[in-house]
Design a protein around this ligand. Sequence first.
Ligand code: GUE
Length: 281
Amino acid sequence: MPAEVIYGTEIATKLRNELRKEIMSLQKKGIQPGLAVIIVGDDPASKVYVREKKRASEAIGIHSKVIELNEATSQQELLDKVLELNNDSSIHGILVQLPLPKHIDAKIIIESITPNKDVDGFHPINVGRLITNQECFVPCTPLGILYMIKDKNIPIEGKHVVVVGRSNIVGKPVGHLFLNENATVTYCHSATEDLYNHTKKADILISAVGKPNLINEQGVKDGAVVIDVGNSVLSSGKLSGDVNFDVVKEKASYITPVPKGVGPMTITMLLNNTIIAAKQS
Ligand SMILES: Nc1nc(=O)c2c([nH]1)NC[C@@H]1CN(c3ccc(C(=O)N[C@@H](CCC(=O)O)C(=O)O)cc3)C=[N+]21
């Protein structure tokens, strides 16, 4: 039987409706959640994401401030902007859109965001809290993946989760998140020998690499849950994940599409984290 397709768009709509209600009750208490998004330069993909974050924030009642800085902005100017937002009580969440121009050290910028406003969960304090299983801001894509799996009542405890990719934004944190849920976690990456030897043992396979068709049916166990975090733009202009969807769908029990899968959950979790930040302020 072909897999059930998990549409992030549907789960995101349900969750955003709940978040909207939560914001209304916060507003009654005089709290107006605010999110600041900083974008440096004019990378077209980044501009699309930032526009979508603003639209999604405003649609549920989050005050959204987009700060557009030009490509030539110095690291110090960007730091000053972050520090200003750290001290702005109308802003509860700060996100600096990545990638940053080459002359700016992203690590220094991320560390300048106060951890209590780090709704991306990229600050080393939040990373450390995640791996020590403490309350923290968890990066939005990993959180969105966990939310989708829980929404479908897919068991996690004791299951083998194989993560392909070890980025700081998706691969590494998603593995820790599932470890905290008592899964057995394997990481695969560009130096892994015999990738499919690992991936075909996964009960839950999460691919976050950015290589179309990396995961074919030979790399997937019968009945596996397949989560595709790939986001490659093909020469046709179409968006593609890492998974050969049409063939893997025939073997998996659940599968996420690209687009309409993990992506919409990522933005929803940003809204979720902003509300948490506002409640804790
Ligand atoms: N500081 C920072 N935080 C981020 O969270 C962050 C970032 N920088 N830099 C770039 C990546 C990428 N990212 C996506 C979010 C939503 C979709 C999304 O919703 N995609 C739609 C399709 C959009 C389209 O059609 O182009 C979908 O998958 O259905 C995709 C990608 C967040 N990122």
